[in-house]
Design a protein around this ligand. Structure first.
Ligand SMILES: C[S@@+](CC[C@H](N)C(=O)[O-])C[C@H]1O[C@@H](n2cnc3c(N)ncnc32)[C@H](O)[C@@H]1O
Length: 189
């Protein structure tokens, strides 16, 4: 019996690796950042930043939310409704399953985030961990937010109001390493 359970778990693990790998390759082939979870250190810094610079924010959106870990962490630690936008089917499925079991729930929307934001209601804060190939697109959406926070990579077209050094660690995009930092764009000013 135990052997069957172990074999089943190995099968599930292998299936996960295959499907995750397929989505990962699809993303790279389509010049889209694949799902990689943000580090705990970055998540803590995001929450500290929101509670410091915009404590009364009521609506926050994670633009490219992956499994929803960052979005749920924000929902647990900030007094706001959190929406998670994601377009990859397997990633969305894992996110929904994680949401069933989570203590704090988020709203998960399957969409291309940039298409959705064209006609969505405004959000107080948009959070994005999207990398250098995609971040520039956020510059066209400043009217949708009071504040944008990007993880590790700035939006080249905008001037950040605050840059927060998160300390150890970095994210690698291609040949370049980006040390863990938050770029805050306070658009109320
Ligand atoms: C690096 S992960 C970040 C996940 C999560 N925000 C976190 O910090 O843990 C980026 C995610 O954005 C998603 N993504 C990228 N471009 C997107 C788009 N245009 N619309 C929706 N999701 C997108 C990817 O599928 C991936 O899951």
């Amino acid at each position: 019996m135990i052997a069957y359970i172990i074999a089943f778990l190995i099968f599930i693990g292998e299936l996960y690796i295959i499907v995750y790998g397929a989505e990962y390759i699809w993303c790279i082939a389509h010049n889209q950042i694949p799902f990689v979870a943000s580090a705990k250190r970055l998540r803590r810094a995001v929450v500290r930043t929101i509670n410091k610079y915009y404590p009364n924010a009521t609506s926050i959106v994670d633009i490219g939310a992956g499994y929803g870990g960052l979005a749920r962490y924000i929902a647990r630690n900030c007094n706001a409704t959190v929406v998670a936008l994601e377009n990859m089917p397997f990633t969305i499925t894992v996110s929904r399953i994680a949401n069933w079991f989570a203590r704090t729930h988020i709203q998960i929307i399957k969409c291309d985030a940039f298409e959705y934001l064209k006609s969505s209601p405004r959000f107080d804060i948009g959070v994005a961990y999207l990398g250098p190939n995609t971040n520039y697109r956020l510059a066209e959406y400043t009217k949708q937010f009071d504040m944008i926070i990007t993880l590790d990579v700035p939006i080249d077209e905008l001037k950040p109001t605050h840059i927060i050094d998160v300390g150890h660690g970095s994210t690698r995009y291609g040949r370049y390493k980006y040390p863990h930092k938050l770029f805050v764009y306070d658009l109320r000013k």
